[in-house]
Design a protein around this ligand. Sequence first.
Ligand SMILES: C[S@@+](CC[C@H](N)C(=O)[O-])C[C@H]1O[C@@H](n2cnc3c(N)ncnc32)[C@H](O)[C@@H]1O
Length: 216
Amino acid sequence: MTLSTVIAYLHAIRHYPLFSFTTVKLAMTTCIRRLRKASDYSRWSKLSSLSRDWDSRTAQIACLIAKSSSVLEFGAGRMILREFLPEACQYTPSDLVDRGQGTFVCDLNVPKLPSFPKHDVAVFSAVLEYVNDVPRLISHLCRVVDVVIASYAVTDWNVSVVTRRAAGWVNDYSSREFENIFLKCGFHPDKIITWQSQKIYRFVKTYSSLAPTNNR
Ligand SMILES: C[S@@+](CC[C@H](N)C(=O)[O-])C[C@H]1O[C@@H](n2cnc3c(N)ncnc32)[C@H](O)[C@@H]1O
């Protein structure tokens, strides 16, 4: 441990004496990774990092998807969404690491995002918390899909920045701030439900609100 780490830790416990050393250490690791604009390959390469406790959230998300949709799931993890999808849906998993079954491998924190294949719906279930630049990502996505379904741990209910960083989350949006990111790209929330302390949004593109193109 370097001297600067010790100083940062002492500073943190002065303000947040209730946090354990492990929590503060995890939080600081996330801060450093965020400064480096990097992603946590080490954590997400381990299957043990993916919990079955999240499957009830995935089931709720699946209820927001229309039958016969083509679905691109970012941060697909165990790809449980596929099992919950309504009939005749086509499913494409994407993730930071190759999860098999034709995963579209994509790190959402790379300097230049790849072209995403066109789909009806994009899904982010507990993924946007790990993305350093969410506005850039949604702007990049907006001409590829008409619907985005995203869960997010809003700061309205998940207040502590130390706890957020200890969970590996690199951004902090309130409900209003989160919704505004999508509104700026022409996506309007038409359904908002609650899962534990998180919100699950379905955003639908409204073409009239998109910026005019140069094609007249
Ligand atoms: C909390 S898990 C959620 C997994 C699954 N969506 C679920 O709800 O069960 C976060 C997922 O996001 C992926 N992930 C984390 N950082 C990422 C990044 N920078 N780019 C793409 N995917 C990322 C992880 O590999 C993991 O699959």
